[in-house]
Write a protein that binds this ligand. Structure first.
Ligand SMILES: O=C1O[C@H](COP(=O)(O)O)[C@@H](O)[C@H](O)[C@H]1O
Length: 228
């Protein structure tokens, strides 16, 4: 099996430790290239880590944040952008660059607007922070969605995905854009997510965007998790 970097620690230490590692990637990107483009995932797991990241001494005005994926919902509590807005508020800094994926009122024209926005950003992002659902999806690349294969092979930067089980239609970074990033962090706190990750990797027949990432870009990937 391919070897990947794994940062495992106690669950209560994970948010701070992961935030410190991600902060050093952000600082190095700004030092080397003058700016850092960082894509963040939604869901509930990253919240404590983002609160810790907000306390780091970062060159905030040289960082742009965008979303790995978004849920097509009118309810703010369901939208991934709410989590980033909260994170930015926690930094206490003004004028941090954040790109929303909720730009238009109709889904297809919104997707086109997201793509246009994404095309104005670098082809190689500096850092993409992924999460993972216990069904094995990452970003909004759901293996059981009809659009899965096209989302995995599309050269568009954002794609449309309709998960059959999970709520809301989604706008997701394509596998292609994710896998081009300089660094990809997979933030999966807790033993359930860690064991789901290991099962996916060990099952020869599993269809999974995470397995594809491990196979196609292992050198970019760092897994942050905990065994408790
Ligand atoms: O729906 C989503 O789920 C995953 C995992 O979320 P979590 O609540 O288990 O942390 C997330 O990475 C993704 O961005 C989100 O849209």
């Amino acid at each position: 099996m391919v070897s990947i970097k794994k940062n495992l620690c106690a669950k209560d230490q994970l948010p701070t430790q992961a935030a410190k590692s991600l902060a050093s990637i952000i600082v190095a990107s700004v030092k080397n290239r003058g700016h850092c483009y960082c894509a963040l995932s939604g869901g509930s797991s990253p919240k404590p880590m983002l609160s810790a990241l907000a306390q780091e001494n970062l060159p905030w005005n040289d960082v742009s944040f965008l979303l790995v994926d978004e849920r097509w919902s009118n309810e703010a509590s369901q939208q991934n952008i709410s989590m980033i807005t909260e994170f930015v508020t926690q930094t206490g800094k003004q004028n941090i660059d954040v790109f929303s994926l909720l730009l238009e009122t109709e889904f297809e024209s919104n997707l086109a607007a997201c793509e246009q926005l994404a095309q104005s950003l670098p082809q190689q992002l500096d850092l993409v922070v992924l999460g993972m659902g216990l069904d094995g999806h990452t970003a909004s690349l759901f293996p059981d969605a009809e659009e899965y294969q096209s989302a995995m092979t599309s050269s568009q930067r954002y794609v449309s995905v309709t998960p059959p089980e999970a709520p809301h239609r989604r706008i997701s970074m394509s596998f292609d854009w994710i896998s081009r990033a300089r660094h990809v962090a997979l933030y999966i706190p807790g033993k359930d997510k860690l064991s789901c990750f290991e099962t996916i990797l060990n099952q020869s027949e599993s269809i999974s965007p995470i397995k594809e990432l491990v196979l196609q870009a292992p050198e970019k990937l760092t897994v942050f998790s905990s065994e408790d």
